[in-house]
Design a protein around this ligand. Structure first.
Ligand SMILES: CC(C)(COP(=O)(O)OP(=O)(O)OC[C@H]1O[C@@H](n2cnc3c(N)ncnc32)[C@H](O)[C@@H]1OP(=O)(O)O)[C@@H](O)C(=O)NCCC(=O)NCCS
Length: 139
């Protein structure tokens, strides 16, 4: 099974161009920024990042965003691995609820989140013309 790695600051700095490349190819959020407070979980093929996902934990509120799997690596369950790694990391730090929001048209992400134990909750939002469903897992 592929290993999911929590990137150190040094690894983030060394791979920042690749992270932006994946983001720009697949991301929809033009206001997105990589910040030092984010925990970035990634899967490598050799020394190239092929998938990543972000966990933010400001003041105990914990949410996941921006899971991206590069096209040739899709269909291998990488998104679920990255979801599970983030949830486990949060749990080990005393977090008991993780929240995320997903474009309702993104059936792949919705399926993967539900398969990992997330459930739909109230509070979806319109963003850039897309309806985002809110999902949570209680740990
Ligand atoms: C959503 C995403 C992370 C899923 O990644 P994944 O790890 O490949 O998901 P899975 O392994 O569960 O793939 C499930 C199936 O859907 C297919 N699939 C996944 N994403 C697809 C996409 N965007 N277009 C077409 N097919 C896709 C896979 O090939 C696979 O098919 P199979 O079961 O016949 O092999 C990935 O599609 C992606 O990076 N999309 C762009 C960014 C994005 O939408 N991120 C989510 C933000 S919340």
């Amino acid at each position: 099974m592929e290993e999911v790695i929590l990137l150190s600051r040094r690894q983030v700095d060394a791979n920042i161009n690749r992270l932006w490349e994946l983001h720009d190819n697949y991301g929809k959020d033009s206001s997105f920024e990589f910040t030092a407070a984010q925990k970035i979980f990634a899967i490598f093929d050799g020394n190239i990042i092929v998938a990543f996902g972000i966990l933010s934990m400001p003041h105990g509120f914990c949410w996941m965003r921006n899971a991206i799997v590069d096209t040739p690596y899709r269909g291998r369950g990488y998104q679920q691995l990255i979801i599970e790694a983030r949830v486990k990391y949060a749990y080990q730090r005393g977090i008991r609820k993780v929240t995320t929001a997903v474009d309702q048209m993104n059936v792949w992400s919705l399926n993967n989140l539900v398969a990992c134990g997330f459930r739909f909750v109230k509070g979806g939002k319109l963003h850039n013309g897309h309806l985002y469903q809110k999902l949570q897992i209680n740990l």
